[in-house]
Design a binder for this molecule. Structure first.
Ligand code: PLP
Length: 398
């Protein structure tokens, strides 16, 4: 998809970059300032992470999300991605349960760590959400293996934009508890949930829930590579030490200037609150425009509840697409790219079957810096609008 994008751009044609889920928002200036003031710091920090940063993370997530973490249970790393790998690699043999669709890196990481992956295929009728009965069925089957079961559970979801309400989380928690499943709750998008109050799985299953998050999404700082995980005491010191061991033998410690910059990011100031509110308000507007245009064009797509993504299903257009030779999600995305310049990622990258006509749309191709510009009362998102309009015209002309 990148190659096709580059070819188009080289010809001077516009590319609508809905393929890559990078935050469009800049890192707030006071946080940038803290990083630059720490640029002279050059020492390795402790593998677990700078203690004041771990304290700040615990307080921040307590104030914003009601988490009851102790700084002792937090490990800071170079992004949450490597930490998810460390969490997996610290177990000798495990069965990793992955809802499909889910984020592209979980399955390769599980395999790298030597584990087997079981996909739990969801469908559009349940808004691509995992149901307790489907979870229980797999648990009954896999429990016989007598190895740890791990569920990687991401909400709001990349790629679907869906999240879970407290009833759904409670029901899943009772199955997870019954079969003693260890959960890696990937909450990297949680602070970009559109609703003010939202539930978390950890509330209902604290003893089995490891939470991962970081600065990449809510703080627009993906390239800073700063993430963390919180491991509950109930999973034991031996496991905690094993995760630290993998961290020590891989990334050693997160960079010291970044950890000091992050100490500022994890201050719950009025500016941070305003930053989060502005992002959510704009994301909601862009989501609404993209989703309602796609719905009008006859695409099956659910309202996102947080983050940057929609997961359109072009199934209602199957016959028309077939008439033009498109029968799977890769052909679909390649043709859309060639004919409209809109970049989407095919559903099979997220564990969907090739034949499904699904794709992930990251609606972040717009100028996020506007939210900081005083004169800009109503931030606009022209580029994203143009891309969606092009895609819808293409579909309706099939
Ligand atoms: N989890 C999900 C669902 C993501 O979308 C991403 C980044 O795209 C990550 C984890 C990794 O985030 P980090 O930058 O903290 O490694």
């Amino acid at each position: 998809m990148n190659q096709l994008s580059n070819q188009r751009e080289a010809k001077g044609e516009t590319v609508f970059k809905f393929g890559f889920g990078q935050s469009p928002f800049p890192v707030p200036t006071e946080i940038q300032k803290a990083l630059s003031e720490a640029a002279h710091r050059k020492e390795y920090m402790s593998v677990q992470g700078h203690p004041p940063l771990r304290e700040a993370i615990a307080n921040f997530h307590h104030e914003l999300e009601g988490k009851n973490w102790s700084a002792d249970g937090i490990i800071v790393g170079t992004g949450s991605k490597i930490l998810i790998y460390c969490l997996l690699a610290a177990l000798k043999q495990a069965e990793v349960l992955l809802p499909a669709p889910s984020w592209v890196s979980y399955a390769p990481q599980a395999k790298l760590a030597g584990h087997n992956v079981s996909w739990l295929r969801t469908n559009s009728e349940t808004k691509w959400k995992l149901t307790p009965s489907q979870l229980e069925k797999v648990c009954i089957d896999k429990k016989k293996l007598n190895i740890p079961l791990i569920l990687i559970f991401n909400y709001p979801s990349n790629p679907t934009g869906q999240t879970y309400n407290s009833r759904e989380l409670q029901e899943l928690a009772s199955v997870l508890r019954k079969y003693e499943v260890i959960v890696v709750a990937d909450e990297i998008y949680s602070l970009l949930t559109y609703a003010k109050d939202y539930a978390t799985l950890e509330e209902f299953y604290p003893e089995g829930c490891i939470v991962t998050s970081g600065l990449s999404k809510w703080c627009g700082a993906g390239g800073w590579r700063l993430g963390f995980c919180h491991i509950p005491k109930s999973l034991g010191q031996e496991y905690f030490d094993a995760v630290l061991g993998v961290a020590s033998e891989t990334y050693s410690s997160a960079p010291s200037p970044v950890q000091l910059g992050a100490c500022q990011a994890y201050q719950n100031t009025p500016l941070t609150k305003a930053f989060l509110n502005k992002q959510v308000n704009l994301l909601k507007k862009v989501e609404h425009y993209c989703r309602s245009s796609l719905t009008r064009a006859g695409v099956n797509v659910h309202t996102a509840q947080g983050g940057f993504y929609l997961f359109p299903d072009f199934e209602p257009h199957r016959q028309a697409l077939k008439n033009t030779g498109i029968e799977n999600n890769e052909d679909l995305c390649n043709t859309i790219m060639k004919e409209t310049g809109v970049a989407l990622l095919p559903g099979n990258a997220f564990g969907m079957p090739d034949a499904s006509l699904t794709a992930r749309l990251a609606f972040v191709d717009f100028d996020g810096g506007q939210i900081f510009r005083e004169d800009q009362k109503e931030p606009e998102f022209e580029k994203a609008k143009q891309g969606i309009d092009k895609l819808c015209h293409w579909l309706l002309a099939l």
